[in-house]
Design a protein around this ligand. Structure first.
Ligand SMILES: [Cu+2]
Length: 679
């Protein structure tokens, strides 16, 4: 007889046991289906005789399963995978904060935007429609986009932006991904208001690998500007240097109790004594790292950037722009009111880089204290968390030291022990000589009042392609697939070492004549499945900053970091190759270096950039071009049929004429559409 065994028919518990220690699953979008995974055993009718043949069959079956597991093609049943569809409409809506009303570009009329909720391995399809005149893309921060780089949402890098009235369906699978992520606009500074959480739970029928929380509470830390952020950006670019900081820090879109005109709508959270809650915290700020804590309560951190860590307990967490953090809070203190608060972590001299000084607050309140609070509300003390000083880099180092990956059945570590591709990138500021503040000639805020400040990687300030045809990904894909009609060239010559070596962190600086960056659109090519090491070296050009670098399409292991200059002879001896944290965004120590490693097993054209939005605007970004492999699931899917074409008037976001008088003239009489907060 012929016996077919399809994995979709096997009990889930068996699959989980078989794949324990290796949670990698085959992409739903792969060409393999259940049919292709059937195997047959000819038992000539003897299977049902039992005895030795039955045992032989079981043995063969187990050997086959181990083989599949080793080769990372174990596929669990698709029955547990749900396809979740969302419609996002990007449009203006009117909001009031700090007694100031303005229109903002948001998703579905909400600030922050609606939550995407899914289980690990689910397929998500988000159809984004842009109704505003500005070009828009949305990036799904933390989603690896395995084989679906097309959906990564980076303008001119992975797709041409959505022009007004255009739509695009972003389709991706959250394969082996769980925890907290988020989405945000990835063009100009629109992410100030176009952002929201992606809340991922374990697979159906699986539970959290920690105390099951009574409730999950999502906290989006953000910023509010009274002015239009596009005007703030244009003003900063025109003047060549500093930028106007936001008027308030926000928690789920609300400044909270310490700002004027903000208490009524502040976020309020009820908790029950003795219960444990999962806080999913996202730093959606444009330009500031944040301390976050809850007065008199400790936070047990269980995930960072949607990867599990060995749990550690602190009173204050530190979270850079772009990062996410999941922490358990147990309501085990005296009943009463406690502030949750976020306050900036900012290293540079506030004379040059000021920051909003009033913390954003939400109020956590014990259920059983309600009666008393109703009775004598004015007498109730609300406790406030205390934070380290805003520039306390020692706290940052201590917090970073606590982060260790955990190796469990929920997550297998795969730290590259050897390196195929070495990249050494200096990251930091530079000056712009070539344009000499052209076209606005107003660089009064630039260095020395005359040079525009730029961001650079290996002394190259990235120029977003000013294409009128195709994104870099489309060009790369079409060329790799032998399409002779693609004449656009790619500059694949990004230097793998700094173009000039100097004492990057020494007290003696380079002469000013060597502070000027080149401007280019260059890519680094990485072969499929190469193990990659990137050293990010901070520099003392202009000034130091803790640049939070984010890599699209990957998480990477933080194998090392240190003060001063990276030394290829001695620094690797300090590396942690055992349990380094797995992150997708991490700050380069402001007077030091960072070493990260990953395996390049996800083909695509991936942006690698500082997640301070002003630094991205200044060009502190580069692109890694990971080539396709030749095996199954090692290639990109074909381009989606609805991928938008580039419009003829392109890439104006960084060249907008500044509006020096930044007043809001639109109709502000419409009521606020939604105050919904995700939790
Ligand atoms: Cu930066």
């Amino acid at each position: 007889m012929r016996v077919f065994i399809c994995f979709e028919l096997l009990p889930r518990v068996i699959i989980l046991k078989l794949s324990a220690g290796n949670r990698t699953r085959q992409s739903k979008f792969s060409s393999g289906s259940c049919d292709t995974m059937k195997f047959s055993i000819h038992l000539n009718g003897m299977y049902f005789a039992g005895g030795i043949y039955r045992q032989l069959f079981v043995l063969l079956f187990l050997v086959f399963c181990i083989h599949l597991s080793t080769n990372r093609v174990v596929r669990a049943g698709t029955s547990g995978i749900t396809t979740r569809r969302y419609n996002f409409v990007v449009n203006y809506a009117t909001f009031t904060r700090l007694n100031h009303t303005k229109r903002m570009i948001v998703v579905n009329g909400q600030f922050p935007g609606p939550a995407i909720r899914a289980n690990e391995d689910d397929i998500v399809i988000v159809n984004v429609t842009n109704l505003v005149a500005a070009p828009v893309t949305i990036h799904w921060h933390g989603v690896k986009q395995i084989r679906t780089c097309w959906a990564d949402g980076v303008p001119y890098i992975t797709m041409c932006p959505l022009q007004q009235n255009q739509s695009f369906s972003h389709r991706f699978q959250l394969l082996n991904q769980t925890g907290t992520m988020w989405y945000h606009a990835h063009i100009s500074w629109l992410r100030a208001s176009v952002h929201g959480p992606i809340v991922l739970r374990p697979r159906k029928f699986e539970s959290f690998p920690f105390t099951s929380p009574k409730r999950e509470i999502t906290i989006m830390i953000g910023e509010w500007w009274n002015n239009d952020v596009e005007d703030v950006l244009a003003y900063a670019l025109a003047r060549g240097g500093r930028y106007n900081i936001s008027d308030a820090i926000t928690l789920n879109g609300q400044p909270g109790f310490l700002y004027n005109h903000s208490s009524k709508d502040a976020l309020k959270v009820k908790v029950t004594h003795g219960e444990t809650y999962l806080l999913r915290v996202v730093n959606a700020c444009l330009n500031f790292g944040m301390f976050f804590g809850v007065a008199n309560h400790s936070l047990k951190v269980v995930q960072l950037d949607s990867a599990y860590v060995k749990p550690f307990t602190v009173n204050t967490v530190l979270i850079a722009p772009g990062q996410t953090l999941d922490a358990l809070l147990t309501a085990n203190r005296a009943s009463g009111r406690y502030y949750m608060a976020a306050s900036p972590y900012s290293v540079p001299d506030p004379q040059y880089v000021p920051f909003p000084e009033i913390p954003a607050t939400a109020r956590m309140e014990y259920e059983e204290s309600s009666y008393e609070i109703e009775r004598s509300s004015s007498e109730i003390v609300t406790y406030m968390p205390t934070f380290p000083s805003p520039n306390d880099s020692n706290y940052r180092h201590k917090f970073d030291d606590l982060q260790k990956s955990i190796n469990t059945t929920y997550q297998t570590l795969d730290v590259p022990e050897t390196v195929d591709k070495h990249l050494f990138f200096t990251v930091g500021y530079g000056l712009d000589k070539s344009s000499s503040c052209h076209p606005f000639k107003t660089c009064v805020d630039g260095y020395d009042g005359q040079y525009r400040v730029v961001g650079s990687v290996n002394n190259i300030s990235f120029v977003t392609p000013n294409t009128t045809s195709k994104s870099l990904l489309e060009i790369a894909y079409l060329r790799d697939h032998g399409n002779a009609s693609v004449t656009s060239a790619l500059d694949l010559d990004f230097p793998s070492q700094p173009t000039m070596t100097f004492n990057y962190t020494g007290s003696t600086r380079l002469p000013l004549s060597q502070w000027f960056s080149k401007h280019a659109t260059k890519l680094s090519v990485i072969n499929y499945n190469a193990s990659v090491q990137i050293i990010l070296q901070n520099t003392n050009i202009v000034q130091f900053e803790t640049h939070p670098f984010h890599l699209h399409g990957y998480s990477f292991y933080i194998v090392g970091r240190g003060n001063g200059n990276y030394d290829p002879d001695s620094s690797p001896a300090t590396f942690n190759l055992v349990d380094p944290p797995l992150r997708n965004t991490f700050g380069v120590p402001h007077r030091g270096w960072l070493a990260l490693r990953f395996r390049a097993d996800n083909p695509g054209v991936w942006l690698f950039h500082c997640h301070f939005e002003i630094h991205t605007s200044w060009g502190m970004e580069t692109v890694l071009y990971v080539k396709e492999g030749t095996g199954t699931n090692q290639t990109l899917e074909a381009p989606p049929s609805d991928l938008p074409a580039c419009a003829s008037s392109e890439n104006t976001s960084k060249k907008k004429e500044p509006t020096v008088s930044i007043t809001i003239s639109e109709d502000i009489t419409k009521p606020e559409i939604s105050k919904e907060v995700p939790h």
